[in-house]
Design a protein around this ligand. Structure first.
Ligand code: I3P
Length: 106
């Protein structure tokens, strides 16, 4: 599963607010239990992630519709086992449901 999502990094660890909190549009690629964030689809081919970030390991992660976040539509929340939290905005409801299905299955 892959495609563009807007991403906001909320937590950098348990109860630790992320320092860079702005929304960025990133090409997201879910593969083999990892989520990679790239500038565009070409980034994936070269393996150069956004900001050189390591792939996000999704083992024991949870994702759900971000009902508590009211500022934007079609936003879901991804929490990783290390306590990081991301808000991700899909382009519409269908796109969001597709991501949630893919994340739940990995
Ligand atoms: C952040 C940016 C985000 C905002 C965040 C700001 O500032 O405006 O859009 O989140 O608020 O810190 P900057 O771009 O200067 O980093 P929202 O869109 O959710 O309001 P926050 O720190 O209250 O999360």
């Amino acid at each position: 599963h892959e495609g563009f999502l807007f991403r906001k990094h909320e937590l950098d660890g348990p109860n630790k607010k992320a320092s860079n909190r702005s929304w960025v549009n990133l090409y997201c690629v879910l593969s083999k239990g990892d989520l990679g964030f790239y500038k565009d689809a070409k980034g994936q081919a070269t393996g150069s992630t956004h900001g050189g970030e390591p792939l996000l390991n999704l083992h024991h992660s949870t994702s759900e519709v971000a009902n508590d976040y009211k500022k934007k539509k079609n936003v879901f929340k991804l929490k990783t086992s290390d306590g990081s939290e991301f808000l991700l905005q899909a382009k519409d409801e269908e796109d969001m449901r597709g991501w949630l299905r893919a994340l739940a299955a990995c």
